[in-house]
Structures are given as C-alpha cells and as structure tokens.
Ligand binder design. Structure first.
Ligand SMILES: *Cc1c(COP(=O)(O)O)cnc(C)c1O
Length: 392
C-alpha cells in the first residue's frame, strides 16, 4: 500500500519503482540509481511529439557515460559547456558535427580546442566573445542567445545569459562582417518551466529578429528553443505533449511560410525521472518538548547532490515503504553546515512509523544531482551512482 502525499503513478510506475528499490537494497546509502530505459522512453517521446526538432542533450544535467552513450545510440546531438564535457562526449564516439558549444562564457584556449576537435557550432551573447570566435573558430556557425526573464520557472536561468534583441541584432551584423555564419537564435526560458506561454514570448522575439535580418539580407535558419521541459516533481506540470503541441502551434503561427530548423536542448526532462536516490534516516529529534515538528536527518543533503533544494526550489517526491498515520517533518542533511537543510517551509508528510535506520527513496533525482555533489565535505565521498536498464 502507498501512503505518500503525491500520486505515485504520475511520477513513477509502482512496478518500476519496486525494481529500483530491490536493486537499491543491496547498496550502501546514499546512492543514486539511474534507469537507462526511462531515458530512452523520454527521448523517443520527444521525437514523437516534435519529429521536426533536432535534440541536443544538455550534458550537464547528467553526464554519466552510460547516459550519454544511451542518447548517442538513439541519434541525439549534444550541447556541451566545457572542454571536459567535449572530450568525454568525443571519447564516447560522438562526431563533432553532433556537438554544439553552448556556453556563452569561453576562454580563448577553449575555443581553440573545440575548433581543433572539429566543432563548428557555437553560441554567443557578446561582442568580445564573438570576436574571439572570429579569430579562433573562423567560418563557424554562430547562434545568438536571447535574454529571457525566467518567469514561471522553478529553477530560473535569467540575467546571467543572453542579450537584449537590439544587441543581438548588432552582433548578427558584426558576425557577418567577421566572416562567421550567423545561423539562428537561441533562448532558455528557465528550467522546470511551468508557463508554456514563455516559449510564445521568446519565439515572437525570434520572429522579429528573423524579419529584421531578412531586411538586411541575412537569412537566419535556425531557432534553438533550449531546455525548460519538465520532470515530475511534487507539484504537477502539464504532460510533455501539451508543451510540444503548444510550442508547435506558436511556431506555426509565427512562421506561416514554414518554420525554421528547430533545435532543443533538454536536460531535466530527459533524465530527471530516470533517477531515484536511496537514503537512510539517521536521526529523528525534537528541539523542544513544545515544538510541533520533528527534525528528520537523512544521509544526503545539499552537499551530497541535492543542491536544487536551495530555497526549496525543487521539491522531490519522497517515497517510503512504511505506511500509517502521517506527520509533518523538517528534513535535513547530514553535514555540519547549518544551510544543509532540505525542506523546512514545505513540510513533508511521512508516516509516524518511519524510524531511524529506515530508507527513504527520493524520486526524480536523475538530473542535477550527482554532478553537483561535493567531493569531500566533512569527508563524505561524492554521490555514488549505479546505472541499470529496466528494459523497454
Ligand atoms: C542547462 C541548460 C539546458 C538544459 O536545461 P533543462 O531545463 O535542464 O532542460 C539547456 N541549454 C542550456 C544552454 C543550458 O545551460
């Protein structure tokens, strides 16, 4: 019997979860289990709903070799941010024409290495970066990152990236003068974006730029709609098909004479639901006899890979095999840093029967967890990950 304050079936099939739990029982905690079958399912669903789009998996969301390889075998392209990700993806047999250098912040030596390895697709959002690209990656294809405000997203990526459309227009003109090929516009509406209308706004701005460029004989060909597609956390989102149908409609409305080449850069959507973290309850305590809530300390926290609980931005569904009457708890991590609290404002409900030594399963932890875990804080090792394949 289930006794959790969320609809498990929305997040994870019970059958699949049982298999993952069985596997996890033989392992020390904390650990992350990643199911490759789920990732294949996600890739295929996206392809089915947006057959016209080319997928560039955002490697940073889960860089485990088997994950990258699984997506490579399905034909995915890759958005990489550093020379280390580049070398990893190349070593797995991905050819450089399937790679974009999607970081607007690059050292000259990075540009040189990407160019040397054969990558010819770069993003930029500034004049200085564009001039470096002209010098060290001559003749390459350039797309331009538009600034968005990140509104509606659980994990916004605003301010740091992108430029105003007026700046982009100037960069596009400079790009042509410098002998580079301006191919399109990109944006990222913010990660775990709940407001599908944010794509509408950004696509409309792209349309305006496409038209302005046409007036000066620059034919942009491509639009990169970024990431932002949802994983299944505690608060529900629309199904991916609603996202893709809506986005397709925005595109068709703004580009009635044929839509440009479309690139996507999903990260969270692709791998989030594929991961489950197994953690052990270390301690349950009350700070004073009159306190309403107990503190429940588990053996993974912000430094162990759950950094996206900052400001309680991402609320992971938590599953327990225990059942019975529930009580609200404050959940905290194991380290000696007072910011290592997972959820204090949002009280998780767990059965009163959950005891020290029991395991909890933190669902939807395939994205932005293991790669964020600290290497040695309090002597704790980085989060151990296991890859399994539950089959299609
Ligand atoms: C992180 C990132 C992504 C992935 O975003 P998700 O919301 O995880 O899908 C895509 N594109 C760029 C440029 C990114 O930095």
């Amino acid at each position: 019997m289930l006794n959790t304050p969320f609809e498990l079936e929305r997040v994870q099939s019970q059958e699949r979860l049982q298999k993952i739990i069985e596997f996890a029982k033989g392992k020390d905690t904390p650990c992350l289990i990643v199911d490759l079958a789920k990732i294949r399912e996600r890739y295929r669903a996206l392809q089915k709903h947006m057959p016209y789009a080319k997928v560039f998996y955002a490697v940073k969301s889960n860089p485990i070799n088997e994950v990258v390889k699984t997506l490579a075998d399905l034909g995915s392209c890759f958005d990489v941010a550093t020379i280390y990700e580049l070398n990893q993806v190349l070593a797995l047999g991905v050819s450089p024409d399937r790679i974009s250098y999607g970081n607007t912040i690059k050292k000259v030596s990075d540009i040189q290495l990407f160019y040397e390895k054969g990558v010819r697709l770069f993003v930029t959002d500034s004049e200085s970066d564009l001039r470096k690209l002209a010098e060290y990656a001559p003749g390459s294809k350039i797309f331009f990152r538009l600034m968005t405000n990140g509104e509606g997203a659980d994990w916004p990526l605003s301010r740091k990236f992108g430029a105003h459309p007026d700046s982009i227009y100037k960069l596009i003109i400079l790009c042509r003068r410098l002998g580079l090929i301006p191919i399109g516009i990109s944006f990222h509406v913010g990660s775990q974006q709940r407001d599908i209308g944010q794509w509408d706004n950004a696509i409309a701005t792209c349309k305006y730029l496409f038209e302005s460029c046409q007036d000066i004989d620059i034919e942009l060909k491509m639009m990169n709609l970024g990431g932002g597609f949802p994983a299944n956390y505690l608060s529900p989102t629309q199904d991916i098909s609603v996202y893709t149908d809506e986005i397709t409609r925005f595109l068709e409305e703004d580009f009635p004479n044929g839509i440009p080449e479309i690139y996507l850069e999903p990260g969270r959507y692709m791998v989030g639901d594929a991961g489950v973290i197994s953690t052990e309850v270390i301690l349950i305590s009350k700070k004073s006899p009159s306190n309403l809530y107990s503190w429940m300390y588990v053996d993974i926290g912000k430094f162990g890979g759950l950094i996206e609980t900052l400001d309680e931005a991402i609320k992971y569904p938590i599953y327990t095999e225990k059942t019975g009457k529930e009580r609200e708890v404050i959940l905290a991590g194991p380290t000696c840093d007072s910011m290592d609290v997972l959820y204090e404002n949002h009280k998780y409900k767990l059965p009163e029967t959950v005891m020290e030594g029991d395991r909890l399963y933190i669902l939807t932890t395939g994205a932005y967890t293991q790669s964020y875990s600290a290497i040695n804080f309090n002597g704790l090792p980085p989060l151990q990950a296991y890859v399994i394949d539950l089959g299609d």
